[in-house]
Design a protein around this ligand. Structure first.
Ligand SMILES: O=C(O)CCC(=O)C(=O)O
Length: 324
């Protein structure tokens, strides 16, 4: 059964627990939607003209074509990916204050904290412009890289050998233990999401399956589409099976996607290396922490483990010799 949007936080939390996703009503004001959409469209057009656009979701672009026989991403396949339909815009913190302002929006963030707990990092902060002609994205989870629970006697797939298509064996659907959620997404809808324009497909309850979808075994699995008015936030448990729908309408479907992870994981986008200096200089401690500039129990530090934040502008200590 497809969920309907709710402004009731208790229900939203319950929906996340029970179904692996929820729809938070009125997460954005009309003015925010208009400003976000305008900035996004401008940026996307400029990136395309400048040759920076990344486009996926075209008819010949099933994910398999991006992977080699071992399931490793073929970098050249991405370079060959001209002809994709859906335009992605990456690293939005660098591309307008209006995107960063989304982090002041505490209601959806609280739901992410419900999934992930107290300390969280932004893993990626991007947009997906799903354009007419874009095909359905294969169902996937957003934490495919997390090692599966294992048996005491098992020699499981080593953590460093996990790829997008090799996840290790979680022991089947009768396994007594499944991995916890370590990722959560907010998808801010900048247009009405409809069945026709590619509203995200979700498999309700799949966050409790304890495994990743398999294109063959799960070919007939039933999904619902997260249809809701512009301004709604779709929030997911990172284990839930989902994917962009096919856009069969005549208009693009715009959305901002913020993926979060626990503080011990490697984010998809490297904000510490890639955030522009002026953005770092004006960011609040809350934003800096979300972008990974805050040291977590000594992890992510550059020098002293008790430093609260790192400052990439500081020259690293190099070879020193006693002065006397
Ligand atoms: O744009 C959407 O509807 C979902 C996108 C998605 O699942 C992804 O980028 O992994």
């Amino acid at each position: 059964m497809a969920l309907t949007p709710t402004a009731d936080h208790d229900r939203a939390r319950q929906d996340l627990d029970d179904h692996g996703y929820c729809l938070l009503a009125n997460a954005l004001s009309k003015q925010q939607i208009a400003q976000l959409k305008q900035r996004l469209i401008e940026q996307a057009q400029a990136e395309k003209s400048a040759g920076h656009a990344f486009e996926d979701g075209g008819p010949s672009q099933q994910w398999g074509t991006f992977l080699d026989e071992q399931g490793r991403v073929r970098p050249e396949a991405f370079k060959e990916s001209n002809g994709g339909v859906n335009q992605r815009v990456w690293m939005l913190p660098n591309k307008g204050q209006v995107f960063l302002d989304l982090l002041d929006n505490q209601r959806p963030l609280d739901l992410v904290h419900h999934v992930l707990g107290d300390e969280i990092l932004i893993s990626s902060f991007t947009a997906n412009i799903a354009k007419p002609g874009g095909v359905e994205m294969p169902l996937h989870t957003d934490q495919w890289w997390l090692p599966q629970p294992t048996r005491r006697d098992a020699r499981d797939l080593p953590a460093g050998s996990i790829t997008r298509s090799r996840f290790g064996d979680p022991g089947g659907e009768n396994a007594t233990h499944i991995a916890p959620a370590v990722v959560s997404n907010i998808i801010f809808m900048l247009d009405d999401f409809t069945a026709e324009n590619g509203a995200t497909h979700v498999v309700p309850g799949s966050h409790r399956k304890g495994r990743h979808p398999d294109a063959e075994v799960d070919a007939d699995v039933e999904s619902v589409q997260a249809c809701a008015p512009a301004g709604t936030a779709l929030i997911t448990d990172g284990r839930v099976w989902h994917g962009t729908g096919a856009n069969m309408s005549t208009h693009p479907r715009h959305a901002v996607l913020i993926t979060f992870c626990g503080p011990q994981f490697r984010p998809q986008e490297n904000f510490v290396a890639g955030t522009r200096k002026e953005v770092v200089a004006s960011a609040s401690p809350k934003v800096l922490a979300l972008l990974g500039f805050k040291v977590w129990w000594g992890y992510g530090r550059t020098e002293h483990p008790t430093d609260e934040f790192i400052n990439p502008a500081t020259e690293p200590v190099g070879i020193l010799k006693p002065t006397s």
